[in-house]
Design a protein around this ligand. Structure first.
Ligand code: ASP
Length: 590
């Protein structure tokens, strides 16, 4: 139906007769001549209709925004003075000869270039219109380029693309399952995979050696953060590998991807133990573009009268830490109040600070409500340890280690963003040496990655002191986002059972939920390991988008629904009967 894409026309096409198909982006009536900006996937071209071609002129006069048209015309140079350097097609225009309306369009719910004037819910309801915006198209185009580059890379490294089931049993990754009732097995349910974890491990047992899949995963979480109930992973697993092997394969893949698609050189990724990440940056995914560090000062505070500091300083589960912001003494009371509110989100009860006006005058040169509670030698030691200079501000966190780490880690990132402290555009790293487990609020243990992650010790050592055990897990972090995570897996049945036991999973439950895995481990399981990347987040970072919703064609809302299709929706009583399901009172009645 067409000879060219709209965005493809250039000076070299001048004089040619061409046919375009697309949408009317804008129509302008310039006293006697009609200009149509015609848009398709590739760009926009300006088409002029003169009144001397009566029929096409009348049609051009009748079209409205977003009408779908086909036109034939001659490419010509734009008249002197009307060249538009901003547009790739800005040196030419098309003199329209014929024009056919292929389909009319009602007035769209929003003008493409005025999408900001409507809420995101309207954009999501009419997503097909929203996706017509060139920015959205560019994002999905880059997404496609990224997945193609990854497929090519992994194919070149000998990885096989293998699909795993969507209707399956639960694979625990720390979220709730989405369940699907079975019609043929009354009262039984499938779970949608939280990840293909167990299947990819079974593929290793089966000898596939190297597997990858661009896989949909489903997690029914409370969508506080920028998460989606269904999202896409680049899922990878290989046999006879060490941590080093997986890290080098996947680091190479990401480096390659950035070079190929963005022409960015990421360099070699530094490595950081989990303990250092939490200590210095208050996060297991530290944003290394920000040159701020947490500095622990608990040892200086054990004897001070100020209980807010001395309490946590003496508590083995407490933490007292300082965060120095160079030139921060300029912050106003109002700004500090806002940061106090911000750390409150993470459970901090306040945000103590000292403004360093003159570090040589420990009596008068330090300004803060808390200064009077700190003996002179403590003031001096704090200044020295944090490396404070005149004009700086030092923030303090004092509470349980968990609250302080999270709150000051988040404050560090917030200050980095607000003050634009970034020292580089891209800061990748590996976080390694994760603990196997973390304590839950009820005192039990839960797996930091998932229960199939191998520890760095023997089953006996693990059982003797599970809380101290480290795992063979690694996370790839970029600009404060976890791009991907993985581990060497347990390939030994005794070790797997030891981990299940520590997690409080009884033998019956092990057999019921993971019997197939424990069986497989008995039938010749090779050492293996892998990693999965969050594709949506990767594309978000690479396109400079603010949310993963911007890089998913049809995303769900924060409350896990689809504005466009109105899913989830009610089903007929016939369907429910077939599924042997009887609903309780409707949600609104409860
Ligand atoms: N299955 C893990 C996840 O979804 C990734 C991995 O261990 O390979 O986070």
């Amino acid at each position: 139906m067409r000879s060219h894409y709209c965005g493809a026309l250039r000076k070299e096409h001048v004089g040619q007769e061409i046919t375009l198909c697309g949408w009317v982006h804008r129509r302008r009536d310039h006293g006697g001549v009609i200009f149509l900006d015609v848009r398709d996937r590739d760009g926009i071209t300006q088409v002029v209709f003169d009144p001397d071609r009566e029929e096409s002129f009348a049609t051009a006069d009748s079209v409205r925004n977003e009408y779908v048209i086909q036109l034939t015309g001659i490419v010509r140079d734009r008249p002197e003075g009307t060249i538009n350097k901003e547009m790739p097609t800005g040196e030419i225009e098309v003199l329209g000869h014929s024009l056919i309306v292929l389909n009319k369009a009602e007035t769209p719910p929003f003008q493409l270039d005025e999408h900001q004037s409507v809420g995101e819910d309207i954009r999501l309801k009419y997503r097909y219109v929203d996706l017509r915006r060139p920015e959205m198209l560019a994002k999905l185009r880059l997404r496609s380029k990224i997945t193609t580059a990854i497929r090519n890379h992994l194919d070149g490294e000998g990885f096989l693309d293998i699909e795993t089931p969507i209707l399956t049993r639960a694979t625990p990754e720390g979220a709730r399952d989405y369940l699907v009732p079975s019609r043929t097995h009354a009262n039984n349910f499938f779970a949608l995979p939280q990840s293909p974890q167990l299947f990819k491990q079974l593929l290793m047992v089966s000898g596939m050696d190297r597997y990858y899949q661009i896989a949909k995963c489903f997690r029914d979480e409370d969508l506080r953060a920028d998460r989606q109930p269904e999202f896409t992973q680049i899922d990878i697993e290989a046999s006879f590998v060490s941590e080093e092997d997986i890290m080098s394969i996947t680091e190479g893949m990401i480096r390659n991807l950035f070079k190929e698609t963005l022409d960015v050189d990421l360099g070699a990724f530094p490595r950081m133990p989990y303990s250092e990440a939490m200590e210095k940056y208050g996060s297991d995914k530290p944003d290394m573009r920000i040159p701020l560090e947490l500095v622990d000062v608990a040892d200086l505070m054990t004897e001070v009268e100020f209980k807010v500091f001395s309490g946590p300083a003496k508590d083995p589960k407490g933490r007292v830490t300082a965060l120095r912001l160079p030139k921060g003494a300029e912050l106003t009371r109002k700004q500090i109040d806002e940061y106090t509110k911000y750390v409150g989100i993470y459970g901090a009860k306040g945000l103590a600070y000292i403004k360093v006006n003159n570090k040589d005058d420990l009596e008068e040169g330090l300004q803060a409500p808390i200064v009077k509670f700190l003996p002179i030698d403590v003031r001096k030691a704090v200044l020295e340890r944090t490396g404070a200079e005149n004009g700086d501000i030092i923030f303090f966190g004092a509470d349980s280690a968990k609250v302080v780490t999270e709150a000051l880690g988040a404050l560090r990132c917030k200050l980095g963003e607000d003050m634009d402290l970034y020292t580089c555009a891209w800061a990748p790293l590996w976080v390694v040496d994760f603990p196997m487990f973390e304590e839950t609020s009820d005192g039990g243990l839960t797996a930091i990655h998932h229960p199939f992650t191998a520890p760095s010790c023997t089953p006996e050592e693990l059982k003797a002191n599970p809380a101290a055990a480290l795992s063979k897990a690694y996370d790839m972090v970029l600009n404060g986002c976890e791009l991907g995570g993985g581990s060497i897996r347990i390939h030994d049945q005794t070790m797997q059972q030891a981990v299940f036991e520590i997690l409080g999973i009884s033998e019956e439950e092990q057999a019921e939920k993971f019997g197939f895995l424990l069986d497989a481990l008995k039938f010749g399981a090779p050492p293996h390991g892998g990693l999965a990347f969050g594709l949506d987040r990767l594309v978000m970072l690479m396109t400079g988008s603010d949310s993963i919703r911007e890089v998913i064609a049809f995303p769900k809302t924060q409350s896990a629904s689809c504005m466009m299709t109105d899913a989830p929706g009610e089903v007929s009583s016939k369907q429910l009967r077939e599924l042997n399901i009887k609903l309780r009172k409707s949600a609104t009645e409860e």
